[in-house]
Structures are given as structure tokens and as C-alpha cells.
Write a protein that binds this ligand. Sequence first.
Ligand SMILES: [Zn+2]
Length: 322
Amino acid sequence: MANFGPLKIVYSEKFLLHDTGGGDHPETAARLEAIWDSLRNGPLAKSIEVLSPRKVERDLLLSVHSEAYIFRFEEACLSGMEMLGHPDNRISYDSYEVALLSAGASQSGIDFLENMEGSHRVFCCVRPPGHHSEKALALGFCFLNNVAIAAKYWQNAYGRKRIFILDFDAHHGNGIQEIFDEDPNVFYASIHEHPTFSFPGTGYEEDTGSGPGEGATMNIALPPGSTDTQVLRALEEKISQAIDRFQPECIIAAAGFDAHEYDDMSGLAYSTKVYGHIGTHLGAWADSYCEGRLLSILEGGYNLDVLGPCTEIFLGGLCLKM
Ligand SMILES: [Zn+2]
């Protein structure tokens, strides 16, 4: 029997209120329900405690997004519009408030990590997701960049300067890359399906950051059909070396599960169990470089049959006690 350490999940039922209109929109409340169905009935159930999120602080929000964009998003929701800029970005009356809570979940998680003794793992089980949203742009179901906001919070509230972000969603996190493109203190590493074949069409390997941020972006673009072998090689070689060179104080995982072979949002073909290995690597890096300071935030994952098991096995890897 595996032995798991404690796991805090930042969650609120309010995340279910962001209504993407039914029909065939893939980013639905049922995603979070599928995750909880797996967790409640699985081996991690006894290790889990829920933390309540709080709304993102205004100053923190404005350290990532433009005020004009924030107003436009709020206004669109409150005036009953059904989308923000593109039909992918479906909104409802509650979406703005829910997005503030989704973006603020990391504050609760980071406060917990910074104030507790011993090793804990924290997963923000949130929606809407965030990694495609840019400073002033909603894209790919994303409105506020939850991961970028978490990195800023860690820096601003606790003086942790060097943050390493690992994004293993099938899609490139163009928003995170844009926000930290020139920032040498936030390293953005993404493993995704090659942009020639995949949304949003960014994340070429030659993009390595700009100006003072040159060298603090790493894109690993996998061809369609890539399996566990390719993602594990990327983790054990390029990502592992990048973390060692960068010597982070904190790690944030942009945890998307849409590279699974049964998730038709990408052409990647990972197994369920590979997410356990990703979790184990992240946990080990966090313990060796960052005294356990690791926060994971849900991004994509749309096949409701595999999203729960993939998330559970990932969290099991994170929490595994060797
Ligand atoms: Zn994705």
C-alpha cells in the first residue's frame, strides 16, 4: 500500500456557477464533479482536506491584467453577454465573480504552504482555467491567468523571487509566456503538442524569452501521437536540467490533463499513469530545491471519463511518501 502525505485542495462549489451555456462546450462544471467523484472514492480520500478560496485582491489582479480588460470582462458578464471576444470564451452572469475566486484560490494555497510546518501538497481545483489568458485578452476558455497571479502573489506577499512554472497541459500556455516573457525571475517551461498542429499556435522551441528574460522560457513541442516516452524524457532531461540551473524558491504546476490519449482536445497520447510520474517528479523537485513549496493549479482536461483518474493519480504522485 502506498503511503500518502497530507493534501489540501482549494475548492468552492461556486466554481460550478460559471455557466458555459450547455451544448457542446467542453469546459463545464461537470469537469470538477468528475474529479471529486474520483477523489472521494479513491485511496487519497483520507489525506484530503478542503481549503476555501478567497477572491483575488485587486492590486494583485492588476499586476497581471490591464484595468480596461478587467472592466470589459465584468461589464460583459453583468450585461448578460454570452461570450467575451470569441465563442470559445462563453460567459454567464456569475462568470466574473467565479473567475475572481478561481484566480484567488492560489492565495489561500500559498498562505497555507508558507505558514505550515512540514511537507504539504496543495492543489487548486478551479475553473475557469487560466493559462491562455493574456494581459488584456480572453482566449481558449480562459479569462484570468490563475498561474501568473499565483506567481506574483508568491513574490509580492512572501518575497519569494525565483518561481519555476511547469505547464504540462497539452496546449501551450501563451498567456503565462506573454506575461513573463521579459522576466528573468519567473521561468516558464511548457511541454505541449507542437504549435503547427495545435491551439493556440504558439510555443515554438526557439521562443526562449526576451530582453532580460532571455533563457527563462523553455518550450518543448511534441509531435502529435507522442506518448509517455516523450513526456518522461522531456521531464528527466530538459526540465530537470532547467530546474537545476534555475534553482527556484517555489514551483507552480499548470496541471492540465488534456494530453491523455482519450482526450480529443489534443493529438497527444499520454496514458493515465504517466500523470503519476509527473506528480512524483514535481514532488521530488519541490522537496530538493524549494523546501516543499509547490502549488498545483488545474488547467485543461475535458474527457470526463479520464479527467478524474488522471488528476487522482497525479495527486497521488505528488503526495507519495518515499
Ligand atoms: Zn489544454
